[in-house]
Design a binder for this molecule. Structure first.
Ligand code: ZN
Length: 414
């Protein structure tokens, strides 16, 4: 079998290792079920081990359905299916209960348990009439009707009342397969139909993870703070070409509202001063930290003029500055202007965080404008140095800010 059974404690240990790696052991900050989402939904596309395991178990059922006899386990599974359902391989089509698999070896129990979990989104196309057992099972599931004889009688009566022509069509002209062939099975999800025999493990995983994903908790906060913000969009422009990991990580934490402001720290430990370490005039809330701090005013004037020089219109900058500063602009990544704006702002946000940390941890005040310039030039020059001429071309094309000098050096129009 493709994957051996994985005890619960191994699963827990693996999850812990992944979490500790991401959060450096400082405890979970963003829900694991959010991190498994795709990046454009605010996640990191982290693998959810439980769901992955489920998908692999479903693959076992798929192999079974394919009728590939080279797998020795197939005979065992067939026997267990019969034990559970008492109707041979048709047992796959009934909705069995968890208790029915008690006493089976773990690996078979897991396969059947995975199957039980997906059963409600699977439907089957069976040529000809369903066996009485399947009908009985379906009716009981819906109705809790108990008497097998009663159900069978009703089924027979329905069949008998059908015009003989119909019966003929159903019994004979339906793509009647060999007796031992199992019905076609499909997974039905959001209006899409997937044949169980051709579906990949990845697809099964993708289908199931959709139900697991938890919407980022910060979305609620941003919708409250910024009335006309299309909050789902904030995850769409995180991937900025040639951006550094440091900036990306910072943007990720900002968008998830996972910034340790003094107000947050004060809630954890009330010895922590709530005031802004940089300007000392107000409480350091998230909005103060990134937008309202007195010591940011000049920096924002400088930033706006920098963006304006590169074809960003004035109206947008005045009216939507708070949103633009925090989340950037959402246009297509191919538009070079928008790349430029997002690249600049991502560095500006990092500069804001770093200058705050200098003040908070070291009691040092840095000149944010110079600090920002230093980070930007460092990152652009690093990219050009190691990325070669193509990268350099990318940086100097389409904006008036970055130029190439006579000695092929990078020049900036601050
Ligand atoms: Zn301040």
């Amino acid at each position: 079998m493709s994957v051996i059974e994985m005890p619960e404690w191994v699963m827990n240990e693996l999850n812990k290792i992944v979490h500790d790696f991401i959060w450096e052991g400082k405890g979970v900050k963003i829900a694991q079920k959010t991190l498994v989402a795709r990046k454009q939904e605010g996640g990191l596309k982290l693998i959810d081990l439980e769901t992955k395991k489920l998908a692999i178990r479903i693959k076992t059922v798929k192999k079974y359905m394919e009728g590939r006899w080279e797998f020795g386990w197939r005979e065992f599974l067939k026997k267990y299916i019969d034990d559970v359902g008492r109707m041979g391989e048709y047992g796959w089509y009934m909705g069995f209960k968890q208790s029915m698999t008690v006493g089976m070896p773990d690996i078979y129990r897991e396969v059947m348990e995975a199957w039980r979990q997906v059963k409600d989104i699977i439907y089957e196309v069976i040529p000809g009439f369903l066996r009485n057992n399947c009908i009985y099972d379906s009716v009981c599931e819906l109705d809790g009707m108990e008497s097998r004889v009663k159900v069978n009688n009703i089924y027979e009566r329905i069949k008998a009342s059908l015009p003989s022509k119909w019966v003929n069509v159903i019994e004979k002209s339906c793509v009647k397969k060999k007796q031992q062939d199992l019905p076609e099975m499909y997974i039905m999800k959001d209006g899409e139909k997937y044949n169980i025999k051709s579906i990949s493990v990845k697809k099964v995983y993708d289908l199931f993870i959709m139900d697991q994903i938890k919407v980022p908790a910060s979305e609620k906060v941003w919708s409250r703070v910024f009335e006309d913000l299309d909050v789902k969009k904030i995850w769409s422009n995180m991937d900025i070409k040639y951006n550094t990991i440091e900036c990306e990580n910072n943007d990720f934490l900002i968008r998830h509202n996972r910034i340790y402001t003094n107000v947050v720290l004060n809630k954890i430990n009330n010895n922590n001063n709530v005031m802004c370490d940089v300007c000392n005039t107000d409480h350091e809330t998230f909005l103060h930290y990134f937008l309202e701090c007195n010591e940011l005013k000049d920096f924002f004037v400088f930033l706006k003029s920098l963006l304006k020089k590169n074809c960003f219109d004035d109206v947008n900058l005045k009216e939507r500055w708070r949103k633009i500063f925090l989340f950037g602009v959402f246009q297509k990544k191919t538009a070079i202007d928008f790349w430029f704006i997002n690249y600049v702002l991502s560095h500006a946000r990092l500069a804001v965080v770093l200058r705050r940390n200098y003040a908070h941890f070291e009691g040092r005040k840095v000149k944010i404008k110079d600090f920002f310039k230093a980070i930007m030039t460092r990152d652009i020059e690093m990219c050009c140095k190691y990325g070669g001429d193509d990268v350099k071309d990318f940086f100097v094309t389409g904006n008036k800010f970055i130029k190439e000098g006579e000695r092929k050096e990078v020049l900036y129009n601050w």
